[in-house]
Design a protein around this ligand. Structure first.
Ligand code: IYR
Length: 236
């Protein structure tokens, strides 16, 4: 511990949790950085949200590695306030589909305001969600609204939603990089996931990620990505 000169008896330096070397960081030359950044952006430019899936199975190890990648995300106070439930079980997938479609029917028929339906029209979505049964894996992502310690005491989490959003981005990227398609599905509300999957109430569903091989000859909406010149302001 570093002596501060102010430490009184019994005073512990809370910041002194120990450090380790930055192992595994690879220093690369600037030309390599550019080439690698270009190559990765090209890989991700081929990511598309897919709504029709093949029922071809996908090894569980793919899901495990992708979730390991997601779990590397930075998080508020390093609390890692996330939990992932990966579902291949047909009975659970059917229950999730039934509950999601019930919410979606209410959304499309009553809850959604006209402007929201107009915004969704180009995507061609509706209340039918067959992919929830066809796709080999559903990954329900939860965040901790607060945490419960070993004594059963409630503790705050910091930036939990932001953190789980970053982790989900990495999860989508990892699955794409592995060679799978994904759909970021947000049935609304999705509290039913807590019940169907038996998660504790202090965890809240964040997103239901659908993943697998795309269906044969699948088509996707004709959309553009904003050019980098529109989304980046460079001040150098
Ligand atoms: N949850 C609905 C509606 C929906 C909302 C948004 I914002 C989208 O980008 C897509 C769909 C559904 O899944 O159909």
């Amino acid at each position: 511990m570093v002596a501060t000169g102010h430490a009184g008896p019994g005073d512990v330096n809370k910041a002194d949790h120990g450090t380790v070397p930055l192992d595994g960081f690879v220093h690369r030359e600037p030309e390599d950085l550019v080439e690698r950044a270009r190559a990765f952006a090209d890989v991700l430019s081929r990511r598309r949200t897919v709504r029709d899936y093949s029922d071809r199975s996908v090894p569980r190890a793919v899901i495990e590695h992708a979730v390991r990648a997601a779990g590397s995300a930075p998080s508020g106070a390093n609390q890692q306030p996330w939990h992932f439930v990966a579902i291949a079980n047909p009975d659970l997938k059917r229950r999730i589909r039934q509950a999601a479609e019930a919410e979606e029917r209410a959304f499309y028929e009553h809850r959604a305001p006209e402007d929201w339906l107009d915004a969704l029209a180009p995507l061609g979505t509706n209340a039918d969600k067959p992919f929830l049964e066809t796709a080999p894996w559903l990954i329900a992502v939860f965040y901790e609204r607060h945490r419960v310690d070993e004594q059963g005491q409630r503790q705050k989490t910091y930036y939990a939603i932001d953190s789980v959003g970053i982790a989900t981005g990495i999860l989508i990227t990892a699955l794409h990089q592995a060679g799978l398609a994904t759909l970021t599905h947000t049935p609304s509300p999705m509290g039913f996931l807590t019940d169907v999957l038996g998660r504790p109430k202090h965890e809240r569903p964040f997103v239901l990620l659908v993943t697998g091989y795309p269906a044969d000859a699948v088509r996707v909406p004709a959309i553009d990505r904003k050019p980098v010149s529109d989304i980046l302001t460079l001040l150098d």
